[in-house]
Design a binder for this molecule. Structure first.
Ligand code: SF4
Ligand code: SF4
Length: 369
């Protein structure tokens, strides 16, 4: 087993071959282990993520087109289940939920009692078919949310079956971000799909190998199939046309006041879509809610966006009142100050913020024109 698939040209020599039907055995094995299996699926003609019970729920035969401000998924004749772009939502919501109860208060004999939120018993998760950019995003969240107990609990139990990308949509730029299209070292198993829907499975950890063994998947992959798989992933990388302009980012880091932020910000609706779909945006705020019927109250941690006025509210008002100041904050945090704070970029090149921005603002071009 290799530790890293990020640079390997071929799957590991010990890789095994899977027929399409074998995916059900793999998913069943994970479920028999008591795991909730999360994978890509289609809902209302959009690729999304949800719990899956079998391979029939994967988006086999679906392809998607993504471009600035545009998304379209359509059924096709393809035999593949993983040749799609990043699903509409990111995997972070299963590790870092939109709403988390922090504490609640109740009344006992007229006295207020503060109850810490009970740690709900949860089944361990398996991420099935996560792509390289989103896997890298988990590595980013691992640092940013290292002290978040709920995140750590789910993350520590997580088993990852990643999928190499054998196609790229127009908004992908994982190559330039250095995160894909081959899944990096956080995967337990890496699947690479061939054009006929059959797959190569490459165990990257002991527990990944144990899952394949328990599923009875031990047919050695042929060298020809491994070469075909590697060629498909290389072709997906070669199809990417977007890239991060590192020189423009360096100029913005050195002289942020010289950037023409107004030009991009005048198109920004400050809707926050980009932060909600981003696999690495992790900010939250606190909301207190009181029930009028029994006087009990709850304190919730909820996702927040740096594009909202409230996010930058300090005593006396918001410190970022203009869209320009909020766009600038988001961009510079993602691509510049994240390095100082967490020793990495905050962008993994998934392109979701480009696709789901209603005005098609493109992070790879925002400050280059
Ligand atoms: S900033 Fe945009 S491209 Fe980068 S990780 Fe977030 S959503 Fe993906
Ligand atoms: S950049 Fe686009 S998605 Fe993000 S807040 Fe502005 S309009 Fe919304």
């Amino acid at each position: 087993m290799s530790d890293s698939g990020a640079t390997a040209a071929l799957p590991d020599p010990a890789a095994v071959s899977l027929a399409i039907a074998d995916l059900d055995r793999l998913i069943s094995t994970l479920r028999d282990d008591g795991r909730v299996v999360i994978g890509p699926t289609t809902r209302d003609s959009v690729m999304t993520l949800d719990e899956i019970a079998g391979a029939g729920q994967l988006p086999r035969g679906w392809l998607d087109e993504q471009s600035p401000g545009k998304y379209r998924a359509t059924p096709s004749e393809t035999a593949t289940a993983f040749a799609h772009g990043p699903p509409s939502m990111s995997w972070k919501r299963f590790l870092h939920e939109e709403r988390t109860l922090v504490i609640s208060t109740s009344r006992t004999n007229g006295a207020m009692v503060i109850d810490p939120a009970p740690a709900a018993p949860e089944k361990p998760l398996a991420f099935f078919g996560i792509q390289a950019c989103d896997l890298a995003a988990i590595g980013v969240l691992d640092v940013a949310l290292a002290d978040d107990a709920a995140y750590r609990r789910r993350r520590d139990d997580l088993l990852v079956v990643a999928a190499s990308c054998t196609d790229s949509v127009a908004t992908c730029f994982c190559v330039s971000a250095g995160t894909g299209p081959r899944p990096g070292p956080l995967a337990d198993i890496v699947l690479t799909e061939l054009a006929d829907g059959s797959l190569i499975a490459d165990a990257r950890t002991e527990r990944g190998a144990a899952v394949l063994t328990r599923a009875g998947l031990d047919t050695a992959a042929t060298e020809a199939d491994c070469r075909s798989a590697a060629a498909l992933v290389d072709a997906a990388a070669a199809r990417q046309t977007r890239h991060l302009d590192t020189e423009a980012i360096a100029r913005a880091a050195a002289a942020p006041d010289d950037v023409g932020w107004d030009a991009v910000a005048e198109r920004c609706l400050t809707c926050g879509n980009c932060t909600m779909v981003c696999p690495t945006c992790f900010c939250t705020s606190i909301s207190d809610q009181t029930r009028l019927d029994d006087g009990c109250a709850e304190r919730w941690q909820i996702w927040a966006s740096c594009f909202s006025l409230d996010f930058a509210y300090v005593h006396g008002g918001s410190v970022r009142t203009s869209p320009t100041s909020r766009y600038r904050q988001w961009y510079l945090h993602k691509l510049v100050t994240w390095h100082d704070q967490f020793d990495s970029s905050g962008c993994v090149g998934c392109g979701r913020c480009i696709t789901w921005c209603p005005t098609g603002i493109d992070i790879t071009e925002a400050i280059t024109s």
